[in-house]
Design a protein around this ligand. Sequence first.
Ligand code: IMP
Ligand code: MG
Length: 182
Amino acid sequence: MQSDIERVLFDGPAIHKRLDEMAAQITADYSDRELTVIAILTGSLMFMSDLLRRIPLPLKLDCLSVVSYHGKTQPSGEVIFKQLAVPDVADRDVLILDDILDTGHTLAAVRKKLETAKPRSIRICVLLSKRKQRARDVDADYIGFEIDDEFVVGYGLDFMERYRNLPYVGVLRKELLEQPNQ
Ligand code: IMP
Ligand code: MG
């Protein structure tokens, strides 16, 4: 698995140090409110679990499962929700967590869906944000790291459902992305 990685961008200690800072910021911002965290599965699993354990506030946690990539590296633009029900976030202060902001399709669709449940506020928190022109107008309020427009895996992020368990974020070797089916 390690030999498939072209280079490591953020190792475990670097990620954890940044999570300390993000958690402190979120804790300060929501100290007088009760957070409802909506985590987007599966990519945000490691990020969610490490970040939330650093936030000593009362909060509720729910997860949404969406498919936006269909196992390929190019987004289709179509976002499919695996649950039919919208989480009950009426009058709640919602923080959406996702692994990475790329084209913006996923987070724009999730935000739109949650808005139908009339929350008090919605903010977006991502571990990674790609520096690029997005297809959808969506910005994150909390960003772990800005990265170049390259395909990365590890710490929850996958390529065809693999590499999620790497304890760091790294760039996948380009030739692996080009293989049709593995
Ligand atoms: P978007 O809808 O294009 O913003 O992409 C969001 C989703 O695509 C993320 O939640 C990831 O699951 C996936 N994704 C985007 N870029 C990458 C990447 O570089 N590596 C792995 N997954 C990615
Ligand atoms: Mg994902």
